[in-house]
Design a protein around this ligand. Structure first.
Ligand SMILES: [Zn+2]
Length: 104
């Protein structure tokens, strides 16, 4: 499998939705390709952040963020994911601060 094929399947791979044959091929590629490994790590972090924030993040924020990613070309999608990751980090900090203020 080459980088393009792996890239197409990564979201499904990260979600656990592939058969063992394809999973094995992707795992073998990730073992030797740092760029795809980095992309997989970002997708995993994004999924975790999504799950964590899904109940509290406003729907319009989620929608616009993911529309932004879908609109990006492959070469730009990594940067978009990083931007979203940063945005999620900032949102998380802001929410924590808000909760602390509400508690006081
Ligand atoms: Zn690769």
């Amino acid at each position: 499998m080459n980088c393009d094929e792996v890239y197409e399947l990564l979201p499904v791979y990260v979600g656990g939705g592939l058969g063992s044959g394809e999973r094995g091929q992707i795992a073998a590629h990730l073992a030797v390709c740092g760029e795809c490994r980095r992309e997989a790590a970002l997708l995993i972090r994004l999924r975790l952040a999504q799950r964590e924030l899904a109940p509290i993040l406003p729907e319009n924020v989620k929608k616009s963020a993911f529309r932004l990613i879908e609109a990006q070309k492959r070469s730009e999608s990594l940067a978009a994911l990083e931007t979203l990751n940063q945005a999620i980090g900032v949102t998380r900090s802001a929410l924590k601060l808000t909760y602390e203020l509400v508690k006081i």
